[in-house]
Ligand binder design. Structure first.
Ligand SMILES: O=P(O)(O)O[C@H]1O[C@H](CO)[C@@H](O)[C@H]1O
Ligand SMILES: Nc1nc2[nH]cnc2c(=O)[nH]1
Length: 297
């Protein structure tokens, strides 16, 4: 009888530790920047990276093993630089499950950030507002999330666990740093913008279609304030490897919960709302980066 434990063949991680190491070493050889903060820019939010000085930028297709964005509004550039004395790296654009990438590939950059020495991850996204109080252009500080694809086994940590990154069963009840959430709300209030900055629960669906009305109503009952097609895998992998996480979701459209509503959502409008709020978001993220204390976890 063969008692040796067999590695599962389904849901196995598609990236080996050597893949992560190769990409990290390639980047370390190309740049002298050593970022402590990483920012993932959501749909139409690539302008956030304009806050950096001493900029050095790489196209995703030129970085070994890096996944390449295929969606408009996701430029596909990894931008290193400084904001005041803080060294940071910005992903101008992410990749999504619906583009055909495995969740291992979707979250590949997060583990690269870990190996580069990043301690804090700022995730941003565009989302549809489910909470009836939310308006287009509101910014939701992410308090918590619902991993809907995860419930069905589409989870970035399925497969053999690599203990070099984290434990088999990571705790997720404190996924979003309380300190950074409080700091973001303080900064918004100092900027006089509290009226459009909220705090709520983000739900990931796989997409690529926007919600039916029945689905939207179900998400509302589940306690979701906003819905999108990203972020949760990156946050999960970051939390798994001990990176502190902060998340911002820009409400780019209201999700229809009512059959009489005739307004239709589309990606172009999502990108337009991103442009409208880019300046505020850039200031909020830059101030947060300057003021966050890397020692806290
Ligand atoms: O989550 P980000 O990448 O911001 O993009 C959001 O916007 C796109 C739909 O317009 C979807 O990809 C959705 O997830
Ligand atoms: N699933 C989903 N993703 C979005 N991204 C931006 N708006 C939306 C939305 O209404 N639904």
């Amino acid at each position: 009888l063969n008692t040796k434990k067999q590695a599962p063949t389904v849901n196995s991680n598609c990236c080996s530790f050597e893949d992560y190491k190769l990409t990290t070493e390639w980047l370390l050889n190309q740049t002298s920047h050593r970022p402590k903060v990483a920012v993932i820019c959501g749909s139409g939010l690539g302008l956030l990276a304009n806050a950096v000085n001493n900029r050095q930028s790489f196209r995703y297709e030129d970085i070994p093993n890096f996944p390449v964005s295929t969606i408009p509004g996701h430029e596909g550039c990894l931008v290193f630089g400084t904001i005041k004395d803080q060294c940071c790296v910005f992903m101008q654009g992410r990749v999504h499950l619906y583009e055909g990438y495995s969740l291992c590939k979707v979250t590949f950059p997060v583990r690269i950030f870990k190996l580069l020495g990043v301690e804090t991850l700022v995730v941003t996204n565009a989302s549809g507002g489910i909470c009836q109080d939310y308006k287009v252009g509101d910014i939701m500080v992410i308090k918590d999330h619902i991993n809907l694809p995860g419930f069905a086994g589409q989870h970035p940590l399925c497969g053999p666990n690599d203990e070099r990154f984290g434990v088999r069963f990571p705790c997720m009840s404190d996924a979003y740093s309380k300190d950074l959430r409080r700091l973001a709300l303080d900064i918004s209030s100092e900027m006089g913008c509290s009226d459009f900055v909220r705090e709520g629960v983000y739900c990931m669906v796989s997409g690529p279609n926007f919600e039916t009305i029945a689905e939207a109503r179900m998400l509302q009952v589940l306690g979701c304030d906003a819905v999108g097609m990203s972020t949760v895998p990156e946050v999960t992998v970051a939390k798994h490897c001990g990176i502190r996480v902060f998340g911002l979701s820009l409400i780019t459209n209201k999700v229809s919960l009512d059959y009489s509503r005739e307004e239709m959502v589309n990606h172009e409008d999502v990108l337009l709302t991103g442009k409208m709020r880019a300046e505020f978001l850039q200031k909020l993220v830059a101030t947060l980066i300057i003021r966050c204390n890397h020692q806290e976890q």
